[in-house]
Design a protein around this ligand. Sequence first.
Ligand SMILES: Cc1cc2nc3c(=O)[nH]c(=O)nc-3n(C[C@H](O)[C@H](O)[C@H](O)COP(=O)(O)O)c2cc1C
Length: 329
Amino acid sequence: MNQVIANLTKQKIWLAPLAGFTDNAFRTICKKCGADVVVSEMVSADGLIRNKEKSLKYLDYTDFQRPYGIQLFGSDPVIMAKGAEIALAEKPDFIDVNMGCPVKKVIKRGAGSALMNTPELAENITKEIKKVLAGTSIPLSVKIRAGWDNFNINAVEFGKRMENAGCDMMCLHPRTRSQMFSGKSDWNLIKKLKKKLIIPIIGNGDINSIEDIIRMFKETGCDSVMIGRGVLGKPWIFRNIKEYFKSGEVLDISWKEKIKIIKEHFKLEIENKGETKALIEMRNHFSHYTKGLAGSAKVREFINRCLDSEDVLEAVETLYQAQEKTFNG
Ligand SMILES: Cc1cc2nc3c(=O)[nH]c(=O)nc-3n(C[C@H](O)[C@H](O)[C@H](O)COP(=O)(O)O)c2cc1C
């Protein structure tokens, strides 16, 4: 394994691509909290070609986020290769191909997890993008699912085929397309993929705590772990895991530190998108930041109609403060 790939995959904790969430600001926050590797939201190769300026906005990043990967989706090998050329000009640390998205809009175009039903096409995409990357040190990763449905679980054979086509590292989210995002992910498939393939494997699915991370490394033998929904509302999970690696203790940061992180997140969103857009887009994040806290329903209701960023932050801070009092009181 070359050093570039080792640096991306040797016991690393990745932030999953989450369309609508892992934008420039949130990636910075996760990186500050200790994420090792971050990936862009998925971007259409076709979109990159047709409307480059608009699509490139999704790919904005800062050097601080490195190593940073750009994820492409599409189903035409030539278009994907052209998309990869455009993406490469943005100087990412790696390119990733989405072969796992279960959403209808994507599937309809033969992209995302539909590619797991057309392995020959997926292989051609991998080969064409590898041609674009030839002569660079930029690796290619592919993100796959368990398969289409329970009757068509092909992650291991499919993964091997992508490896033979030149894929340098692979992430497996072991749910089928039919499962979408529900039910349990089958970590046993990650173990099987790891055994069968030579390239590094990034395990993904159902990571919500430090204990889950440790268990996934142990049970599957995967090289790295990718956290998806488990970071929503708690990007500090990365800080907690780093602390655990150092001290062996499972600790959580204080509510004051959490508020500091939330404020910084909001500030970055406002800087990047302007106050109005940031306020609206942050509502989903605030919903996660407040989830499960006593009295949060009312606060969320307020946030969802409030148009003043100071008032929103004050409401969140008061809510966090109240939890602390409840716990200590
Ligand atoms: C809201 C949302 C958006 C997602 N966007 C993407 C995406 O753009 N690209 C991708 O490869 N996977 C995407 N995923 C899948 C996640 O990266 C991840 O594979 C999946 O959520 C399983 O991990 P988890 O159980 O830790 O959440 C998305 C998932 C969710 C819930």
